[in-house]
Design a protein around this ligand. Structure first.
Ligand SMILES: [Zn+2]
Length: 338
């Protein structure tokens, strides 16, 4: 498939920044007035939430940590208090259980759900997945990332999408042979389980339609997905992207520069901070901090993601995109002490 590389398709950097500044301002107004989690947080720190420039974010607005979210989720089950609207305004829920056993229910309005699906569709577009493709989603992917959102993203791009939900690993392998997908999406563990179920050494021959393996979106998993997918389809390309259930899509591979990922602006406003001090960095490697701009009902403002990222020095890209880019993928930082 030819690469869709028309530079005019993608908003230029000043346009992106204007849009992000407008959305940051309205988000901060909303959460300071109506979101109990942020009203309390901002009042406690006597935060001035009016910003004139993008650079004011780092100067004026405090970081949000995972520990704060955990404390809020524990004290206020089942949804926490990071809600800008009454619960009746929400339509969807991302549910997951973290490594400490805490159940998370991250609510989305119909509007934020649609916006997140559209951002996900950009991931498939960058991977050159389109209407000719059949996309097979391995099951643990959707359990981790929010029920059907990734399938909606794939379908928005016109692909025919199949879920493996309800199928055991043998059933998935048989479905792949029967349905003839061109793209298989899953976490490294999904590809490993499939490789163990498929007849040794003949997976590529028995399901030759697969041309692309798309990772399950977990930080730091790209290499593991590459290794496991290659056991099944040695000739297939492997494509990386990163998403967190509490933020949505974080970044996706650049179609023109191997090893480079674009941050998912303007759905997120990205910053890099020193992981030890939280101090804002203009360039280089550090912890990725995100403000989620398309999720005003359950937003994160300057959220320390726990992900390591190294900003590329330039913003103009051969692929035509003007979103900030990071080099060498996005990995997980060592966990911060609680
Ligand atoms: Zn690019």
């Amino acid at each position: 498939m030819p690469m869709m590389s028309s530079a005019s398709r993608f908003p230029r950097r000043p346009v992106l920044l204007t849009q992000e500044l407008d959305q940051l301002r309205s988000l901060l107004r909303l959460v300071a007035a109506d979101n109990p989690f942020y009203t309390q947080k901002f009042e406690a720190g006597e935060v001035s939430y009016s910003i004139r420039h993008i650079g004011d974010m780092a100067e004026s607005i405090p970081l949000t940590t995972r520990q704060e979210l955990i404390a809020d989720a524990r004290a206020n089950p089942p949804f926490g208090t990071n809600l800008s609207y009454a619960v009746s305004r929400y339509a969807h829920c991302h549910q997951w259980q973290d490594e400490a056993g805490l159940h998370w229910c991250w609510l989305d309005t119909a509007a934020s759900w649609s916006a997140m699906a559209a951002t996900g569709a950009e991931v498939f577009r960058a991977a050159e997945v389109g209407p000719e493709d059949r996309v097979f989603f391995l099951s643990s992917y959707e359990q981790q990332s929010g029920t059907w959102l990734p399938l909606e993203s794939g379908a928005l791009g016109g692909s025919l999408c199949f879920s493996a939900a309800g199928l055991d690993v043998q059933g998935r392998w048989e479905a792949i042979q029967r349905l003839g997908p061109t793209v298989v999406v899953g976490a490294a563990a999904d590809f490993r389980a499939l490789a163990e179920a498929a007849p040794a050494g003949v997976a590529g021959a028995q399901a030759p339609s697969v041309r692309l393996a798309l990772g399950g979106g977990r930080p730091g998993e790209a290499e593991a997905v590459r290794v496991q997918a290659a056991r099944l389809w040695p000739e297939a390309r492997v494509w990386d992207y990163v998403a967190l259930p509490e933020t949505g899509v974080v970044a996706f591979e650049c179609p023109a520069r191997p090893g480079v990922m674009h941050l998912a602006e303007p759905a997120v406003f990205p910053e890099i901070v020193d992981p030890a001090t939280g101090r804002s960095l203009d360039s280089g490697e550090g912890e990725l901090v995100l403000t989620t701009l398309f999720r005003a009902g359950s937003p994160l403002v300057r959220y320390r993601t726990g992900c390591r990222a190294a900003l590329c020095p330039d913003t103009a890209c051969e692929c035509g995109r003007h979103q900030l880019a990071v080099e060498g993928g996005i990995g997980a930082l060592p966990a911060q002490p609680a």
